[in-house]
Design a protein. Structure first.
Length: 389
């Protein structure tokens, strides 16, 4: 009887201690609401700066007239003068096209690590990486920008004709040039604000306390995250494995190798050329695949972690918006390719859209449904916690 009373008393004391601790934590979090607001503002600015800074690499910086650096050997051959819209990604640099593509998306891929509060070390490393990335981008575009002056010899990346030009006119600066400096300023402000909110121990503790609310129930978590994972897998198969357009493949499956097709990156490039001419179509070769592929891996790894917060939902929503938008551009490129294959250097034949289109859109649709389910169930969980159920 005495042992039972002691256990009951100990249990009551434990409940009272946890309740007091939760009350103290909530009071501590409420004691400095400006930190939560400042952190939200800094995260929004970090997102805006990363997106705009990455986009500025793929936008034209100057409009300039260039002459071939190596004129025709024949004296009678005419020398053709070109007008170019050039940006940093068009100039041959120590970074190859893959390196430039990776550099343009790193800032966005660091955002989930800045938004989380599972690990203080992870936040600090992500913040350091964000600073380093901003410095590297600034150096890269500064070096590339130094070529945009009259009289400079410019070597263009593979695919341009001619491969090297002399700039014979004064460059006229375009939107991408000014966007870069605006984005760089936004990124610097965000990086400074993140230092204020993430480095002080007390501030980080209060922010973490706010994220302990609204945890998902196990059953809701498994079904929601399972659906999201399924959508990511189907999307990846459609983007990276299945072709988006094929020729003469009506009788035999593509995987048997008896017909030929083009991948998502090729149809995306055509879609960009026809519908988003301001962007450098070279972005379709590596940058889009790196951004969406690594982003999907981060979603998969985070979806099964111990705690899901608002930052996770924001990241998934942004990823789905990007995946949907690029898929639509890819579809926009399939139509012209199927109608006029010779225009894009493809063999004549009965070209048609293929399974990659259906798989990618199915995966994105499942992802949107899973996100909606997770947001609704998280809201219900939070409501139950507040009502004391």
């Amino acid at each position: 009887m005495s042992a039972s009373s002691d256990q009951s008393r100990s249990s009551q004391q434990g409940v009272a201690t946890r309740a007091a601790g939760d009350l103290a934590t909530s009071e501590e979090a409420a004691a400095a609401p400006w930190e939560g607001r400042l952190w939200s503002v800094s995260c929004a600015l970090a997102l805006l700066g990363a997106v705009l800074l990455g986009l500025s690499i793929w936008l034209p910086w100057v409009s300039v007239i260039g002459a071939p650096a190596f004129p025709p050997a024949s004296a009678n051959a005419p020398v053709v003068i070109y007008r170019f819209l050039l940006g940093p990604a068009d100039i041959v640099s120590p970074l190859d096209l893959f390196g430039q593509s990776l550099l343009s998306v790193v800032g966005v891929l660091l955002l989930p690590f800045l938004w989380q509060h599972h690990s203080r070390i992870g936040n600090v490393l992500a913040l350091a990486g964000y600073w380093v990335w901003g410095i590297l981008v600034a150096v890269f575009v500064s070096v590339a920008g130094s070529y945009f002056h009259q009289g400079k010899l410019v070597h263009l990346v593979s695919g341009y004709t001619p491969g090297a030009i002399n700039l014979v006119s004064t460059p006229e600066y375009q939107f991408g040039y000014w966007l870069h400096f605006a984005a760089l300023g936004i990124m610097i402000i965000a990086a400074i604000l993140l230092v204020v909110t993430l480095l002080p121990g007390a501030a980080w503790t209060r922010l973490k306390a706010r994220e302990n609310e609204g945890r998902l129930l196990a059953r809701s978590r498994i079904s929601g995250m399972g659906s999201l994972t399924l959508g990511l897998v189907i999307w990846a198969v459609g983007i990276y494995l299945f072709p988006w357009a094929t020729v003469n493949c009506t009788a035999t499956p593509f995987i048997l190798g008896t017909c030929s097709g083009v991948p998502f990156s090729s149809t995306l490039r055509i879609g960009l050329i026809n519908n988003a001419g301001a962007f450098d179509p070279l972005v379709s070769l590596y940058a889009v695949g790196l951004l969406l592929g690594i982003g999907a891996v981060l979603i998969f790894l985070a979806s099964w972690s111990a705690r899901i917060t608002g930052g996770f939902y924001t990241w998934v929503a942004l990823w789905l918006v990007a995946a949907t938008g690029f898929a639509l551009l890819g579809v926009a490129g399939v139509g012209p390719l199927v109608s006029h294959p010779a225009t894009y250097g493809l063999a004549a034949g009965a070209w048609r859209g293929d399974d990659g289109i259906a798989a990618s859109f199915l995966g994105v649709l499942i992802g949107w449904g899973a996100l909606l389910y997770l947001v609704i169930t998280a809201g219900l969980s939070q409501k139950d916690q507040k009502s004391g159920r």
